[in-house]
Design a protein around this ligand. Structure first.
Ligand SMILES: Cc1cc2nc3c(=O)[nH]c(=O)nc-3n(C[C@H](O)[C@H](O)[C@H](O)COP(=O)(O)OP(=O)(O)OC[C@H]3O[C@@H](n4cnc5c(N)ncnc54)[C@H](O)[C@@H]3O)c2cc1C
Length: 418
């Protein structure tokens, strides 16, 4: 009998981790990893940080060393774009016209930057950042620029603004909200980031959008919706990313904000799974569907999807988490806060060392550390434990976070199962 073929579309972090896990769990059939980029899977977080600033080299980005895939008989095809899938025939077609039959298929196609649609958006000098090639282009452009406008004050925009400022350029950060990262972290923590960028000399144009980009062939200025003209020779756009659902959509697989999968990361199409930035997965404890565009999610979902593909299903039930580095500020976040949650701080943001808790009805639903180490596990346990806390104890740095929950002794419930 011919051994089964498992195919993975998208050779990013989720795809690479799925391939690794399939072999580690004993899959001995044919394993094909297809990626449209010209190189083996790499990590994207350094692209807006150390790599952009030329403090990390290309080799440090790769998920696995060069011999990893061949050594495990993983057929890695680079520059190989998949153009369609046929779920009924269990076959995919590459842009080259080649076809491949599969028994199981993982969609790990990631996300793509949202583009600006406004006058001047196509001028030379308007850049986006997703791939390593983008980062190389951006680094070269920053090298030749004096005044840079960053459009979008979310994660990518803030990190690019920090890196470009660290490279000594004049930077203006334009964002719709009154404070950077306010949509993700709320206005109070947003103000911390506003002050941080401001102290580092980044000019801020907040509470406004971009109306147009002006220039004659090349960018010369950004015009904001509130009428400011910001002269510049480079525009970096970070206004969010859209899941790359095109293959799934064309194949009739259910798609919403991402490819819809259950808690085992399986789509409605038998034998087809999705993981990473592209997947909108049901979370069994948070009782909602989540599409998470963060590194840890891609890392862990790749592995979980692989196990489900092998018939060893484990639900994906990790607490959402992310990290960000801007200047000398390292933050890590866990949980899922919503707009109405109360923010409680332990420590003074002015010292750039504090913990923020998001509290809903006496319970901590999310937490964030800023330059605080060694509390990650206790903080996650506090969030997952779902027990009431005393707010006066929450703000007291002398009480270990592990001792904050009232009632039954704290146990790490659901997040640590995988
Ligand atoms: C600049 C940058 C900085 C980031 N920094 C952080 C950070 O500090 N902290 C954090 O938590 N997260 C960060 N992230 C997010 C994190 O990198 C992503 O969540 C993660 O890369 C998602 O991995 P993925 O494998 O799902 O998708 P991707 O890494 O996007 O990989 C998907 C791959 O699939 C390929 N592909 C798509 N369609 C096809 C097709 N039809 N055929 C073949 N191949 C295809 C794509 O070209 C791509 O190579 C950052 C992201 C970026 C872009």
């Amino acid at each position: 009998m011919t051994p089964p073929t498992f195919a993975i579309v998208g050779a990013g972090l989720a795809g690479a981790k799925a391939a690794e896990t399939l072999r580690a769990e004993g899959f001995d059939g044919r394993l094909v990893l297809l990626g449209e980029e010209a190189e083996r899977p790499y990590e994207r977080p350094p692209l807006s940080k150390a790599y952009l600033r030329a403090e990390a080299d290309r080799d440090s980005l790769y998920v696995h060393d060069a011999g990893f895939y061949a050594a495990r008989d993983i057929e890695l095809h680079t520059s190989a774009r998949v153009s369609s899938i046929d779920p009924a025939a269990r076959r995919l077609t590459l842009a080259s016209g080649e076809r491949l039959g599969y028994q199981r298929l993982l969609l790990a196609t990631g996300a793509a930057p949202r583009r600006l649609r406004l006058p001047g958006a196509d001028l030379d000098g308007v850049c986006y950042l997703r791939s390593r090639r983008d980062a190389d282009r951006l680094a070269a452009a920053v090298g030749n620029a004096e005044r840079v406008v960053v459009v979008g004050a979310g994660w990518i925009g803030c990190e690019i603004a920090a890196s470009v400022r660290q490279l000594g350029r004049d930077v203006t950060l334009v964002g719709r909200e009154a404070a950077p990262l306010a949509r993700a972290l709320g206005s109070e923590i947003g103000c911390f980031y506003r002050d941080l960028h401001s102290e580092q000399g980044v000019r801020l144009a907040l509470g406004t959008g971009v109306a147009a980009i002006r220039g004659n062939g090349r960018v010369e200025a950004v015009v904001t919706a509130d009428g400011r003209t910001l002269p510049c020779d480079l525009v970096l756009v970070g206004v969010g990313a859209a899941p790359r659902t095109e293959l799934a959509e064309a194949a009739g697989i259910a798609v919403g904000d991402g490819v819809l999968v259950d808690e085992w990361l399986e789509t409605i199409a038998p034998g087809i799974f999705a993981a990473g930035d592209v997947a909108a997965a049901w979370h069994p404890h948070l009782n909602t569907r989540l599409r998470i565009e963060h590194w840890a999610n891609a890392l862990h979902q790749g592995a979980v999807a692989a196990r489900t593909m092998l018939g060893l299903p484990t639900p994906y039930e990790r607490l959402p988490s992310c990290f960000s580095d801007q200047y000398d500020v390292r933050m890590e976040y866990w949980g899922l806060a919503t707009a109405g949650d109360r923010v409680v701080l332990r420590g003074d943001p002015a010292t750039r060392r504090f913990v923020a808790f998001w509290v809903r009805r006496q319970r901590v639903v999310a937490g964030m550390t800023v330059n605080v180490r060694d509390v990650a596990e206790a903080l996650q346990a506090l969030i997952c434990g779902g027990r009431d806390v005393d707010l006066t104890r929450l703000v007291d740095p002398d009480i270990p976070i592990g001792q904050l929950a009232r009632g039954r002794p704290l146990t790490v419930d659901w997040h640590a199962r995988i």
